[in-house]
Design a binder for this molecule. Structure first.
Ligand code: SF4
Ligand code: SF4
Length: 340
């Protein structure tokens, strides 16, 4: 069954970058130390910054990110503290290197999902994007995670450099025992906005609408038929679908080590965050900021996509015929596998 995941103000989703340091240097990494900071947050700061999002909310979910979050020596303590605070789910996004013996320091009761990033069905394709040896390491990490009883998911960021191998992923993931498959669209942020993918994907690493629709839904369906739950971004709105900006109708927070807190991931390369931590208190940031953009209504849909992801599309004829772009946070979920 396929469904569009509706935005909700009832669940806060906290994407917490606890450091920006990483052992890899992926060509499409969205981390931008100039804008996000270079700090490794002390445990006490992580604890303080986790607190504002659980109070007075029916549900809060936290995703620990980096950089590579398992490089943080106190990740296990941060995970347990999030649980104590009342976070309904805790996810760790990792490149698979699983530093500091993290799988031995937390249990499946502490962590809902370890979510691995892999960007090719073969070492050749993945390692061209994500560094030599990272495919084998990620596969080893997935196997170790599953062997220890952790629920495991995988994120594949689709660009022109790896789209050709996406259809090989459902069989690989089923064979490994991965439960959830997140297909992501490459954003023009961080290194990919800086030409990091140009030699592998040309000047336009994103698929066209026709290419996206021909590839992604069928692969998602194939993965679901193998028992995986699959999530992928909607990207293009049908003519009868309503455009909504998650910045106005959902409760998402993207926290960076320098204290910036964004509500929209497309804004993260710019100092337009709407909130910030100051002396461990969450306070509004100076205007103008991203909140002023969320209210703008344009025929093309998402205003930040128009400004940042497709700034060259300025001819009127193109605008009138092009599909409206959905909020980058609007997802389709598909699950047709055997019932548990
Ligand atoms: S994409 Fe992730 S694994 Fe790759 S360099 Fe960036 S933070 Fe590290
Ligand atoms: S991606 Fe666009 S629609 Fe979604 S939160 Fe950002 S500005 Fe709003």
């Amino acid at each position: 069954m396929k469904k569009t995941v509706a935005f909700s103000k009832n669940a806060a989703n906290v994407f917490f970058h606890i450091l920006t340091k990483c052992n890899l240097a992926c060509r499409h990494c969205y981390i931008n130390p100039e804008q996000h900071g270079r700090q490794t947050l002390p445990l006490e700061t992580i604890k303080a910054w986790l607190q504002p999002f659980v109070a007075q909310r029916p549900q809060a979910n936290v995703i620990f990110l980096g950089g590579e979050p398992t490089l943080h020596p106190d990740l296990a303590a941060a995970i347990r503290y999030a649980r104590e605070l009342g976070y309904a789910s805790v996810t760790v996004d990792t490149n698979g290197y699983l530093f500091h013996g993290i799988l031995d320091r937390v249990t499946p009761d502490d962590v809902d999902f370890f979510s691995f990033s892999l960007d090719g069905a073969t070492a050749a394709t993945n390692d061209r994007l994500r560094c030599q040896g990272s495919f084998d390491q990620c596969i080893s990490g997935i196997k170790a995670s599953i062997a220890k009883g952790f629920a495991t998911s995988l994120i594949y960021t689709v660009s022109r450099a790896n789209a050709a191998e996406l259809d090989r992923m459902p069989a690989l993931l089923q064979q490994l025992g991965v439960q959830r498959f997140f297909i992501q669209v490459i954003g023009l942020r961080g290194r990919s906005a800086d030409g990091g993918l140009t030699t592998l994907a040309g000047d336009s690493p994103q698929l066209t609408q026709a290419e996206w629709l021909a590839l992604i839904p069928p692969v998602a369906q194939a993965a679901a038929e193998r028992g995986l739950t699959v999530t992928y971004p909607k990207v293009f709105l049908e003519s009868d679908e309503i455009f909504e900006c998650a910045g106005l109708v959902a409760d998402n927070y993207f926290i960076f080590p320098n204290g910036r807190v964004y509500r929209c991931p497309l804004c993260e390369d710019y100092p337009v965050h709407s909130l910030r931590f100051e002396q461990d208190q969450l306070v509004p940031a100076d205007r103008l900021n991203e909140r002023d953009f969320f209210k703008l209504t344009i025929p093309e849909g998402c205003v930040m996509h128009r400004l940042i992801q497709s700034p060259d599309r300025d001819d009127a004829s193109h605008r009138s015929t092009a599909a409206r772009i959905a909020c980058c946070l609007l997802k389709e979920e598909i699950q047709t596998g055997p019932s548990p």
